[in-house]
Design a protein around this ligand. Structure first.
Ligand SMILES: Cc1cc2nc3c(=O)[nH]c(=O)nc-3n(C[C@H](O)[C@H](O)[C@H](O)COP(=O)(O)OP(=O)(O)OC[C@H]3O[C@@H](n4cnc5c(N)ncnc54)[C@H](O)[C@@H]3O)c2cc1C
Length: 307
């Protein structure tokens, strides 16, 4: 199908055509600030729009990639063929009712955590500093400082590849370490409901402040990255293994293993995705030789290599 036709069709599927981009610069949609262009990027503003876009793409055999805030992905230098469906600020309503919070998937975790804090609800403090969307956090079962999405999730609503919209209970989401069922069923998470608990507003604010300070002290937040590059291997800490094996500060092109936190690869100087993947391979090999432990990337590598 002609690209121009797809562009026109996508614009017809959303209420505001400016939410469809052609040759979208993925550096602007990822916290790593790396990656070639996506043929198209569309930002649905409602469940209905997302469903219309998905059914059009399926009917026409056009590949698609779902993206939230782009804080856990590395887009390869050749970019992304087909359509990126970006669930972000256009689908970001948050509602508090009693001690439950319901958020659309595009809401930032920080915004949801702030809304909870304002309503005097505790339980989301751990998530305030994770720079992802609610949908991305459910998909990844994001966690920090002893908290994890699985502890507060009640249910979520998702659009499945066959076009049906369905509610998933927490059990049905099969949440594990940085894993959910949506990795397998390719559902697009539309919204979720969290169970929080009444707490003192000042205590919530103080805990959020403390965790933000701990993050700023340990993590290289001044440079673009996708957070922890590797999953935590059972019984070890990735950052510690990387440090002990001598990889702290190691660089390939513009990518470097952060001297501040060896668990993070940072984009120090206009790094290409190839710089990052070469560095990741080098670190994995070195850590394997040093300790016998196989590090698995937590960062999700998407798109294609430059030809
Ligand atoms: C500085 C920094 C610190 C970080 N700290 C932490 C931390 O403490 N703990 C932690 O767990 N993570 C951390 N991360 C990683 C990241 O923020 C989380 O994994 C976050 O949950 C990803 O959300 P996102 O919206 O950015 O997802 P994206 O990066 O956009 O996508 C990640 C995956 O989720 C899928 N996805 C996203 N949205 C949806 C949706 N609506 N429906 C279906 N699939 C979807 C994508 O297809 C992709 O496979 C950090 C990252 C950075 C840059």
């Amino acid at each position: 199908m002609e690209l121009e036709k797809i562009y026109g069709d996508l614009k017809d599927l959303v209420s505001d055509g400016s939410r469809v981009l052609r040759d979208a610069d993925m550096r602007e949609y990822t916290t790593f600030r790396i990656g070639g262009p996506a043929d198209f990027l569309v930002r649905p503003a409602s469940e209905e729009e997302a469903a219309g876009i998905l059914s059009y793409l399926k009917e026409n055999g056009i590949p698609y990639t779902v993206l939230g805030n782009g804080s856990n992905v590395l887009v390869l230098d050749g970019g992304i063929r087909g359509v990126v469906i970006r669930i972000g600020r256009d689908m970001a309503r948050i509602r508090v009712s009693g001690d439950r919070l319901t958020a659309e998937a595009g809401a930032l975790l920080s915004a949801a955590a702030s809304a909870a804090a304002e309503a005097g609800l505790g339980g989301m403090e751990f998530a305030a500093g994770i720079p992802g969307s609610v949908g991305g956090a459910v998909f990844m079962n994001a966690g920090a400082y002893g908290g994890e999405m699985s502890r507060i999730l009640v249910s979520c609503r998702a659009l499945l590849p066959d076009g049906t919209v369905r509610d998933f209970s927490k059990e049905e989401m099969e949440l594990g370490y940085r894993h959910s069922i949506f990795e397998e069923n390719r559902g697009i998470i539309l919204s979720c409901t969290l169970q929080l608990a009444q707490a003192d507003r000042e205590k919530i604010a103080a805990l959020m402040k403390e965790l933000a300070a701990r993050r700023a002290a340990k993590q290289p937040l001044n440079l673009p990255s996708a957070g922890s590059t590797f999953k935590r291997p059972e019984g070890y800490f990735a950052g510690k293994l990387i440090e002990e094996s001598g990889c702290r500060g190691l660089a390939v092109g513009g990518a470097r293993v952060s001297p501040k936190h060896a668990g993070f690869v940072v984009n120090e100087e206009k790094a290409s995705a190839e710089d990052v993947t070469t560095l990741i391979d080098l670190v994995r090999m070195t850590v394997k030789d040093y300790s016998g432990v196989e590090l698995e990337p937590e960062v999700r590598i998407i798109g294609e290599k430059k030809r």
